[in-house]
Design a protein around this ligand. Sequence first.
Ligand code: NAD
Ligand code: WQD
Length: 336
Amino acid sequence: MRVLVTGGAGYIGSHTCVALTEKGFEPVVFDNFCNASPEAIRRVEGIVGRNIPVIEGDVRNRRALLDAIESHGIEAVIHFAALKSVGESVAHPLSYFDNNITGTITLLDAMQGASVHRLVFSSSATVYGQAERVPATEDSALSVTNPYGRTKLVMEQLIGDLCTAQPAFGAMILRYFNPVGAHPSGRIGEDPKGIPNNLMPYIAQVAVGRRDRLGIFGNDWPTADGTGVRDFIHVMDLAHAHVAALRGLDQHKGATVLNIGTGKGTSVLELVRAFESASGRQVPYAFAERRPGDVAELWADPTRAEQVLGWRAEHGIERMCEDTWRWQSAYPEGYA
Ligand code: NAD
Ligand code: WQD
């Protein structure tokens, strides 16, 4: 099956291209490279030993999408392309609405125009907002705490409405928790531009000497060690969830929402210690103020993903740290 992978040069997209190819799918990458390097796809090609077609294009361009779908005989779409920085979305909401929501509407319209009816969509645990209880199930209350989160919630709803109106459509809406780690080869990994917003790339850049110390946002949360608790999931486990979701689309019509996490919470301090032990490096840190909008703890109930897809996460926190370190230490400056 030929699969259009929007945002396929990005962090999760590039790892998913490896998993897809290894499982016999043929990914075709569609990316405008606003937050990625073409080098990522060259490395993916090196890992899998095959060429991967790459189209430089924007998901807000219907014509470019239709050309890509028709010229490559596309049968399914995995839609990663989005802007994803919470802070940036607060400062520039319109560009998030345009890129993420307009981009998704344009993609759905192009898919309908080309009679492609299988979609796997990147949603996020951000839709649980200030989660009332943990673990979060797919039926937990949803809320919005920032414009990025609003775009994910709106996109989920748009996809749901389309699947209701057009029974030929099937969508797997995957709510990722906290993706971390890298391909075990160490040749591809997460390469954030500028100062990392997220914890794992920040820890990795401190360990490799690019940054002096980690700021830990709060040590007075109501958790066992006072630091925030999250459900970190290995990016290769996440990549395999996409393969399972594509396979599952033929049995499950309509829109299916699934949590993609491990079901285990790890605190910020536990992750720092696991990284020190995996890397053999010190990760100096200092406690800082709580970050606005953060929650004390959030982890997934991933039961439904196992029931529906037969998928569950395999890798623990140690492996996530080892693989991140292999990538970060081999390429301290990322793809640069
Ligand atoms: P990423 O920024 O590495 O990848 C996104 C890719 O989309 C990039 O290659 C970028 O160049 C491309 N892109 C952005 N806008 C585009 C457009 N208009 N047209 C074409 N390409 C465009 O991010 P990622 O971490 O790989 O995230 C992938 C998806 O998963 C996103 O939808 C993100 O919101 C979602 N997600 C990410 C996380 C996370 O923590 N990384 C968590 C939950 C959900
Ligand atoms: C994890 C923990 C921080 C950085 C974000 C998005 C979410 C989703 C995943 C896309 C928290 C603490 C962090 C640092 C720290 N993305 N931290 N120092 O906030 O759970 O989720 O990424 O959909 O929408 O909000 O992840 O990695 O930013 O933070 O102490 O320098 O690490 O306070 O407790 P988060 P994160």
